[in-house]
Write a protein that binds this ligand. Sequence first.
Ligand code: F6R
Length: 238
Amino acid sequence: MEVIILDNKIDIGLAIAKEIIKDIKNNPKLNLGLATGSSPLPLYKSLIELSKLENISFKDITTFNLDEYCGLSNDNKESYHYFMNENLFKYLDFSKDSHYFPSIDNVNNYDEIINNHGGIDIQILGIGANGHIAFNEPNTPISSVTHITNLANKTILDNSRFFSNIDEVPTQAITMGLSTILKAKKIYLIATGKNKAEAISIMLKGKYIKECPASALNLKKDNVYIYLDKDAASLISK
Ligand code: F6R
């Protein structure tokens, strides 16, 4: 696990976008694992800008999202389908049908779909203030594959900022499991802000602690890159 501390989220987004573009130049048929939420937004912005500047095509790229809420239609403004379209997909030349999301219909074979495509080459992750990655909440088994989960109260509270009322936040989601995520060939985790500092300090203790699902990344030997701003890094013990 490599920890990179940069000044702010814009610098983090730019740094990771440059790495992804380098990899796409080497393999234009990459499988990209994508996250939603506020953490990856600067990355998506940089990816769009740099791709246009450097004429990078996404027509042979396949994307696999980490998660989606249960009970929201794909055109609901708070759905992750809508988020991805508005913040990334519509700006690039992705092929139709190149985007996969976990859903009630494919929950039992989402991992198989990913494997049949050759696995995820690059996985983008955020982290919840409670240490979740995707919607693997504290105490999710390390062996978990894609599944339906109940969202933790803390997650519902944190995500209520995107909804007009906390009662509108779905209480369930479909998420890649921890073992699904660990199979990705390369992982970039982005954490910014003081509210992530505690989860980051636990994750960086170097061992797997089941109460902090992100610490499962310690079980992956290579190719895990943790990008932090100074606030998110503020509680790391020396
Ligand atoms: C979203 C996801 C979640 C978020 C996490 C952090 O697809 O998988 O794990 O990455 O909740 O969210 P933000 O970035 O909004 O703080």
